[in-house]
Design a protein. Structure first.
Lengths: 222, 222
DNA sequence: AATTAATTTTAGACTAATCTAAAAATATAT
DNA sequence: ATATATTTTTAGATTAGTCTAAAATTAATT
């Protein structure tokens, strides 16, 4: 089925708001995400329900159908593959990629994505540490945890922070830690709960004050 | 100035119909190219003239303004860079690239194109042998000539054929010659006008019956 | 439970891009 | 040079997506 750019953006928004694709999403939540008015959303929901991409119960909310979810995941897949391309091949930094990937995700060509995936050597995660759905729409969902609860010897990607004070962000910047940074815990000190962490080719020790303010996600790839 | 996808396509069509950007283009010619109706074209011409991208004299035709020409050339630049990317990095064949490049050319990100250009090592020609305008809109216009009139020791790209019988196309296919193929004449026999030609790492002799049916364009790059 | 507040939907209008059919201008042919 | 044909423009309608304002429904509060 051929969808317009706008329809694709609605599906993606609904998907992200429910993540698993089954939770009920409200009209206002979509309006906020898309940055449009609730009345516009209602109109579009009619169209998407008509095409069997969503189930819409008046005044109650929306869920994706199986087709809708598949379609949304495919857009997410394309978005994340393009992000990898931009960062790994075209020297974009992780905070510059989003707007461009937002455009590129709507390009229609199955061959393009198949070949891009191969060209990038089948990446499993995007530069922000989010998993890339495979060609069949399967997605390894790993939920974010706090670094202080992380296990030893597993690869994690930094996906966010709790404390967003400029002092803390400066600390992260100083040690070259940003969204997407890969890290591995190799030891946790029982006495003060400080952790020994490997980032790239560097090893450092972080106090519990630090590790309890960083969100990470497990990831296998790279 | 931010243009819609449709406006960009009209500018590109007008550019291609005039090539140098100065020849007057008719409403019907544009309608044919865009595959739309003449009345739709007239409407759009008003919009583009309003924005100072074209000069439109009623019932007389259209030319690009300097701004319009610059804009059109930038789209052509993006189109051709993407074509190189698709062929060189993603294993597309020259006849598969057009539809995808047609979509990719509208992605808006100056950094993307700057970095893509560098990633591809500043190509000068696309896979069809057409020149890629540089970042300032300068374009090396080389007009196509018949291979039999080509000079020795200059790089050419095959850009078309005169005889399009299936026998002739089979001959080209057999010898791996297609649109975009690079070749160089190293000798021309005075007696029968046959030419010795280098294609990739192979050297072959072509009779005048062949060389007088192939269009080529000089190109420096690659 | 009744009133108030918030959310969602409907109704009607707007813009961009397109179309058909008819009118206006230009080009061609006798 | 006048009639005919072709090209181009105008007028009015249509679709996708959006908006504001008002009505309908659901949720929250006293």
């Amino acid at each position: 089925m051929l969808l317009t750019l706008t329809e694709e953006n609605y599906l993606k928004a609904i998907y992200h708001l429910s993540e698993d694709g089954s939770t009920v999403v409200s009209t206002n939540a979509i309006a906020d995400k898309i940055e449009t008015k609730a009345s516009s959303v209602t109109d579009m929901l009619k169209k998407l329900a008509e095409k069997n991409l969503i189930t819409h119960i008046k005044y109650k909310g929306v869920t994706l159908t199986e087709t809708g979810r598949r379609t949304a995941i495919n857009i997410v897949r394309k978005h994340r593959l393009w992000e990898v391309f931009l960062v790994e091949k075209l020297n974009f930094s992780w905070d510059e990629v989003h707007d461009v990937a937002e455009q590129l995700e709507h390009i229609k060509s199955p061959k393009l994505i198949k070949e891009l995936d191969a060209f990038l050597e089948f990446p499993t995660h995007d530069p922000h540490g989010d998993p890339i759905p495979n060609a069949n729409g399967k997605i390894k969902q790993t939920k974010k945890i706090i670094l202080s609860n992380a296990q030893n010897n597993i690869n994690y990607a930094c996906v966010g922070v709790i404390d967003s004070s400029s002092e803390f962000l400066k600390y992260l910047d100083k040690h070259n830690i940003s969204i997407g940074t890969s890290l591995k815990v190799i030891d946790k000190e029982k006495f003060d709960l400080s952790m020994t962490i490997v980032i790239g080719d560097k090893t450092m020790v972080m106090s519990q004050a630090i590790t309890s303010n960083i969100y990470v996600k497990a990831h296998n790839g790279q």
